[in-house]
Design a protein around this ligand. Structure first.
Ligand code: ATP
Length: 304
């Protein structure tokens, strides 16, 4: 059985004060896009994991751990423990989402593995895991995993794991410019704290303008409402991203921003044709590894 799960871009990423547990409070708007990883599960003697690229995708497979640090492996173990079964499964990951790219690829794999293993071990005498329980397990695996399960567009609060769906009309056209080498999410948050120093900032932010633009399906209004509090920190750690953002703006993107903790950059286009032209322009840039087209919102983890 195969389950696929989407990448995300944060349409707004508001980073709040550092909490006692070491996480930051977030107010974010997640948006799932049509760039999917796939996880296939097959009954096996032991828990194993393999990883390959979706044909045509340029992903840094060497940076994906093949042990218990892999989020799909952790998801399989968590489901097995919850159901009281042995985690006898071969996990086959097919990746299209950039690794350590700020698009939550590991979280997508975890969400797909949760759904796949819950279905694989759905046998008489084994408890059935409903949606609420899967969301609960997802939150234990990571802040972005519940959204990879849910998909669509959603307001995320807490660490990002508390979700409220946001209605969105129509389809938005995106180009994602990947970079060579990832950025560590904790390092980017640390840099954000360092740059802020003792400065005060308004908190919590409002997302009404973004919600209105989504509901109206208005790409120009959406472009004006996008924002990422981690962008300056990502640019500080990877100054070459400025050239990527500027190239997209020069090529006519409605908006250009760093995706999550980066280094992937997201560009909003007006139409599908505009996105094609933007992708071609970005692919020619020295700072861009690959320019990938996608649309949003996209479905969450889905059995194929
Ligand atoms: P985050 O969700 O932390 O913001 P990200 O979206 O930037 O991360 P991911 O592709 O999820 O990037 O990878 C972050 C790190 O997680 C990688 O450097 C890798 O070591 C680890 N990792 C664990 N499992 C996976 C997986 N299945 N695919 C990719 N990376 C994984």
């Amino acid at each position: 059985m195969t389950v696929r799960a989407p990448a995300k871009v944060n349409l707004r990423l508001g980073v709040g004060p550092l909490r006692d547990d070491g996480y930051h409070d977030l107010v974010t708007v997640f948006h799932a896009v049509s760039l999917n990883d796939e996880v296939t599960v097959v009954p096996a003697d032991d828990l194993t994991v393999t990883v390959e690229a979706v044909p045509g995708a340029r992903v840094a497979l060497d940076d994906v751990p093949l042990d218990d640090r892999n989020l799909a492996v952790r998801a399989a173990r968590l489901v097995a423990a919850r159901l009281g079964v042995e985690p006898r499964v071969a996990l086959r990951l097919r990746k299209a989402i950039p690794v350590a790219g700020g698009m939550a690829g590991g979280s997508a794999d975890a969400a797909a593995a949760l759904v796949a293993c819950a279905r694989l071990w759905d046998e008489p005498g084994v408890p059935i895991l409903g949606r609420t329980e899967l969301l609960d397990l997802a939150a234990r695996l990571g802040s972005d995993v519940p959204f990879a399960l849910a998909g669509g567009t959603a307001l995320g609060t807490g660490r990002g794991e508390k979700l409220a769906p946001l209605p969105a009309a129509g389809t938005f056209h995106w180009v994602f410019a990947t970079a060579s080498g990832g950025l560590s999410t904790p390092a980017v948050y640390g840099e954000c704290d360092r740059l802020r120093g003792a400065a005060t900032f308004p908190w919590p932010p409002t997302t009404d303008d973004l919600a209105d633009a989504l509901e109206a399906g208005d790409a120009k209004a959406l472009a004006a409402a996008l924002g990422n509090d981690l962008q300056d920190a990502a640019l500080s750690l990877r100054p070459s991203l400025r050239a990527t953002l500027d190239a997209g703006t020069r090529a006519g993107a409605l908006a250009a921003l760093v995706s999550g903790s980066g280094p992937t950059c997201a560009f909003l286009a007006e139409t599908a044709d505009h996105a094609d032209a933007l992708a071609a322009a970005l692919a020619a840039e020295d700072t861009v590894r690959d320019a990938v087209r996608a649309t949003g919102p996209a479905a969450g983890a889905t059995i194929q």
